[in-house]
Design a protein around this ligand. Sequence first.
Ligand SMILES: *Cc1c(COP(=O)(O)O)cnc(C)c1O
Length: 424
Amino acid sequence: MHNLKERDRVVNWHPYTQMKTADDAVPIIRGKGVYLYDNEGKRYIDAVSSWWVTLHGHAHPYIAQRVFEQLNTLEQVIFAGFTHEPAVQLSENLLKLLPNNQKKAFYSDNGSCAVEVALKMCLQYAYNQESKKNKVIAFKNAYHGDTFGAMSVSGRSVWTQPFKDLLFEVVFIDTPNSENLEDLKKQIESIAGQTACFIYEPLVQGAAGMLMYKAEHLDELMKCCREKKILLIQDEVFTGFGRTGKLFAADHLSQKPDIMCFSKGLTGGTMPMGITTCSNDIYNVFLSDDKYKALFHGHSFTANPLACAAALASMELLLKEQTQLDIERISQKHSGFAKTLNNHLQVENVRQTGTILAFECITDEQTSYFNEIGRILYDNFLRRGIIIRPLGNVIYLVPPYCISSDELDFIYKNILEVLDQFKH
Ligand SMILES: *Cc1c(COP(=O)(O)O)cnc(C)c1O
């Protein structure tokens, strides 16, 4: 245990990490609630919910108990030709919370795969009907995951650069605002005949740097697509399960998507799982006496009972009145702090959607993901026992819902102190 850092160096390759210049990974030996503890007993507040997944805190006893019980009952079964109570119950419970056109759930293991499934549903939806529609519309700056399909519909960036020649072509449009809305609709209408679907992160573009746009503008684009028979894929991998202040970003919108993608908070951040839901309009196009019209997708661990049990337990906790009050409380605390930040000389573009708060740190350097400022800020917060992982010069908070108001105040105070160090 004592030499975990060195052993890690020898055998592990970490995600989104330049291994040559990266500091040693911090060995975490346990978690409890909002805290993670390293091998020297130092504790860290997890202000980013461990890459936006943890909802109710680490090592939650209720989720642990439910997974343990499931592990002793049925740990895994092939999902082709077989089913089980946790998967049926989870689909029933989830679909009930979604826009009422969402009728079927398809299981996978992570957010990228939930997106792959959604894209394949749309493209095969066209194929099964002998339509040639195969164009996809997405937002510039979008992030939908790291597999090839998901990368293709993500904004072209330094992350996709090495693979750019092999990514399929996508029509990228700007996120909507009151000025460009009519233009965007015209753009969509001009390619409607060839377009199978439009995929978007609703309200918040997470990995792009927590960029936010208005629900009313998205509604307009959704309406336009609906009229032109372009299918709508709403990627709620990040925004789902309370992050935006409501259960789903869908609850801020009046238009309904055809397909929705979930992962991250789905299991409360305890086990990997993805779900793609869809309407009967989509599902019915795959029903045929022709077996080659079935959806050609599946994973070994499709609808793993342990992950289903974790998701069921997490959703139960999420729907508790106390959790809903906590989400409301965090949103209000964030609004208060946003006002303070708005008056801060080192800060610009303060933005908030529910429990997600983000702002840019003004520096002399040009803004980019590789901006050194991000690393300096990260190290600073880590030393203070706070896990905040800036995207370039964007500092953001996405805390678990169990965080107390005192803990939020502690984070806010430290942010202000760290910013003070950067006074020009
Ligand atoms: C994180 C994320 C994904 C990818 O999910 P993974 O589980 O990391 O593959 C897809 N879409 C959005 C909006 C995300 O934030």
